[in-house]
Design a protein. Structure first.
Length: 260
């Protein structure tokens, strides 16, 4: 078995998420299709995080496993080979040799997401922001975001397909900051539930509007509720910012993905 660690970026607008699905376009599906044109052996590509439909990635990590190689190839050749075949909205940034047992999802220690809310209408960044017309109190949103740090039951903020699955998540960082006309929310955790970040952003926006108190926000962390579902933010503003492995540094710069 031959293995490599891939770092890639993508615009998720045209895709039904990361995970390969039958008869629909996905990021993993495009990668597998390209790999099958490049390699004769059996191909396996797995991602560290399963981003949802319409969600983007500034830095996704994946593993590439090939059962057999007819000729030796360098990481540079693999990178260039993929990028020659991939569509314009998926791009490999880096390819490095990896141990045979490397697994991007299992070996990752945490994941970081960045969400962008635009405070003004924009002609150029509709696919990358959630435009909110109302005035938002970013400081109030930051105060609420601080409550997310630590170990909590996020059953109110996730859509659970398997009722036996754990809804406990350890959040190592959560912050709200501004960058020009953007209000950005960054969150880092060991794992994420389906739609968790988008539901959190939607509820934080209600705090920013003045429609939800800090106490009410905290109650959603303590008691299960269906209320966050109706506030779910659109996928357009959400980016997988970085996947961390042992020894990696977390994102620190208070900077948006794209300025508007």
């Amino acid at each position: 078995m031959y293995a490599w660690k891939l770092e890639l970026e993508y615009e998720g607008t045209r895709y039904r998420g990361w995970q390969i699905q039958h008869n629909t376009k996905t990021v993993q599906g495009e990668l597998v299709s390209a790999a099958r044109q490049l390699f004769a052996g059996k191909v396996e590509i797995g991602g560290a995080e399963r981003t949802d439909a319409g969600v983007h990635a500034l830095s996704q990590t994946a593993h590439l496993n090939i059962s057999d190689l007819q000729t030796n190839v360098t990481p540079r050749q693999i990178l260039e080979g993929f990028n020659d075949l991939l569509p314009h909205d998926i791009n490999l940034i880096k390819v490095i040799n990896a141990p045979e047992n490397f697994n991007a999802r299992r070996d990752a220690t945490s994941r970081y997401y960045l969400y962008q809310i635009s405070t003004r209408r924009t002609a150029f960044a509709k696919n990358f922001v959630w435009w909110i017309k109302d005035n938002l109190d970013a400081k109030a949103m930051q105060t609420a975001a601080e409550m997310l740090v630590g170990k909590h039951n996020f059953s109110s903020f996730g859509e659970i397909e398997d009722k036996r699955a754990s809804t406990i998540v350890f959040v190592e960082k959560a912050e709200v900051f501004t960058d020009g006309d953007l209000i950005c929310f960054r969150i880092g955790a060991n794992r994420f539930l389906w739609k968790m970040v988008r539901k959190i952003v939607g509820v934080l926006a209600e705090v920013g509007r003045g429609n939800l108190s800090y106490d009410a926000f905290q109650r959603l962390l303590k008691f299960e509720s269906n209320a966050p579902a109706k506030f779910t933010a659109p996928p357009s503003g959400l980016f997988l910012e970085k996947v961390l492995f042992q020894g990696d540094d977390a994102p620190k710069e208070k900077r948006s993905a794209f300025s508007i």
